[in-house]
Design a protein around this ligand. Structure first.
Ligand code: AMP
Length: 266
């Protein structure tokens, strides 16, 4: 099945080197050394790019399939473009082919010492496996969690909802030996000013942290929320920040309660 899909993408991108790095239900993600319109001598050594490809689904009517693929690709590209414009850390958009479900973007990941890509999840796992308890809860971890929360706060203050906030969808970039978070994967992202949507976004991340980093989850989640609050206190959001923060956190309590009831009922 994957080979068939790779043939499909190669048809749209002939002579482009493609290394598959992830295959989800909705899209395949490839790494490539080729830039779509900048020739290699101008690129930095070993610079790589990401190509996200939404393959056609044989079980859908071809016309409907074409429309769905096109609108989801446009939706994701629009979201990335808005993030780029706002200066919120995310991959720069390089090129799009909406009709064929292709987005070409900056590759943000670097490799951790164990070779895994520097997602927030892999980084926390790396620390949990290789470092002491003190290192897993060090000032550096606190700072990264705080920055992640602050980034999500800024996203929400711009009425943008990620829609799938897991620790894998946050990539840590290395900025002069300091980790800085950036967001990826906007397949489920939407524009909304509703406190409910923001609270659900926060709750999804809170649950992801509780299930994948359970030992230190309480600390990580509280640092994240401190960062989230701090975004609402920034000068640029001063007028609306407090009201929005209070509304979202109140909603978050309702969403948590709903989640607890659901898990009690099975
Ligand atoms: P996605 O389907 O967008 O969630 O991407 C799947 C995986 O591909 C992610 O978990 C990342 O490991 C990787 N990935 C996607 N986009 C990027 C990017 N812009 N930079 C680095 N890695 C990425």
């Amino acid at each position: 099945m994957t080979e068939k899909i790779i043939l499909q993408v190669q048809k749209h991108l002939p002579n482009i080197d493609l290394d598959i790095i992830s295959q989800g239900a909705e899209a395949l993600v490839f790494q490539t050394k080729t830039h779509p319109y900048c020739s290699n001598p101008y690129l930095k050594n070993n610079q790589k790019f990401i190509i996200k490809f939404r393959p056609s689904k044989p079980y859908r009517h071809p016309k409907i399939d074409f429309q769905i693929t096109k609108s989801r690709t446009i939706g994701e590209a629009k979201f990335i473009y808005k993030l780029n414009k706002l200066g919120l850390p995310s991959p720069s958009l390089i090129s799009c082919d909406f009709n064929n479900g292709i987005i070409w973007m900056e590759n943000l990941g670097i490799n951790l010492p164990n070779g895994n890509v520097s997602s927030f999840k892999n980084w926390l796992w790396y620390l949990e496996k290789n470092e002491s308890i003190e290192d897993c809860t060090s000032a550096e971890v606190e700072e990264v969690c705080f920055k992640v929360g602050q980034l999500i706060g800024k996203l929400h203050l711009n009425e943008m909802i990620h829609g799938d906030l897991t620790t894998s969808n946050i990539i840590l970039t290395d900025d002069s030996n300091k980790w800085d978070p950036a967001l990826i994967d906007f397949g489920l992202s939407t524009f909304s000013g509703l406190a409910e949507d923001k609270a659900v976004d926060l709750y999804v991340l809170e649950r992801a942290i509780t299930s994948t980093h359970s030992v230190f989850a309480e600390k990580y989640n509280s640092w994240l929320l401190e960062g989230y609050k701090s975004a609402h206190e920034l000068k640029e959001f001063k007028k609306i920040g407090k009201k929005k923060y209070d509304e979202t956190i109140k909603r978050l309590e309702d969403v948590r309660l709903r989640g607890r009831k659901r898990s009690m009922l099975g």
